[in-house]
Design a binder for this molecule. Sequence first.
Ligand code: NAP
Length: 324
Amino acid sequence: MKTALITGVTGQDGAYLSKLLLSKGYRVIGLIRSFMGTNTVRLKYLKILDQIELYECDLQDLSQVIKIILETKPQEIYNLAAQSSVSLSFQQPIGTLQFNINSVLNILEAIRLINPSMKFYQASSSEMFGKVEELPITENSKFYPLSPYAISKVAAHYIAINYRDSYNLFTCCGILFNHESYLRGNHFFVKKVIRGALDIINGKREHLELGNLELKRDFGSSEHYVEAMWKILQRDTPDDFVICSGRSVYLKEIVEYVFNRLDIPLNKIITKQTLFRPTDIRDIYGSNEKAERELNWSYHISFFDVLDQLIEEEKVNYSEDIKL
Ligand code: NAP
């Protein structure tokens, strides 16, 4: 039986990846910040909490990372833990940079010292490309990060590549574009729109205030993208892959689609300049060509179909007020 260690196991992708690996017969080790106060609601929602071995670990403490890897002996490590919000990174740039970079360094140092043949997956992000010069984005596109979050991800990405080049470690980066699910944190855009719309229907709010909607993004589904993460680590040679839907949609189109589906007048949407980010990417989408060719992974789901599913799931669970 293979053992996989997942950091960020309590997050959206951590939960879906755990479910996938368990279905493939893996022993899944999940690292959490602390047994006190960690939100395991996503693992409970997918009914897999009792199948995962949870370990408390401060990923900024190398000795703890070494201890857990020595004890659990994983063949594959998926590093999904990160302060993952672009907006929050503008308010907490130092914390975001420190955690998102040091955690990667500690895991890679631990792998180098303990067993360099372990396979390592780094959760890189399309935010790294930032000021885009040419579309679609590929693995060779230039980075121009526009937020502290994106800078932390560029640093972590290059650290992973440097450990591959310098120490011959099996490190791979999945450069994922936005991906959503019901289990996405409530403060992220798509969830905020759907929940805000349901709040209007249920009389909890009059309007929904949003930032700049004239931006375009490439959106996909978390449940499908985690399969690409697994496939990236099943290869014989380490490499980096863009994982995306291949097309971008206006944020405005998403909001209008949700409001129309729920029969809410569009004048309930208010855009506020104060909610605009200091810097933002205007349009971005990627190419899955390399992933299709070398991973045999493809994605052909319209984001509006994903939205239909998210609206339904949110409606069913709305009264439960699950804390995501
Ligand atoms: P998420 O739901 O925000 O999950 C983040 C995970 O990181 C959670 O388990 C969280 O633990 C953990 N974490 C955050 N800060 C931590 C800290 N200081 N110490 C320990 N653990 C910490 O993110 P996601 O959507 O699953 O994304 C997974 C990874 O992919 C992240 O690295 C993200 O940056 C990256 N990514 C995501 C997307 C996307 O569209 N979703 C796109 C590209 C890349 P708690 O539960 O304790 O908070």
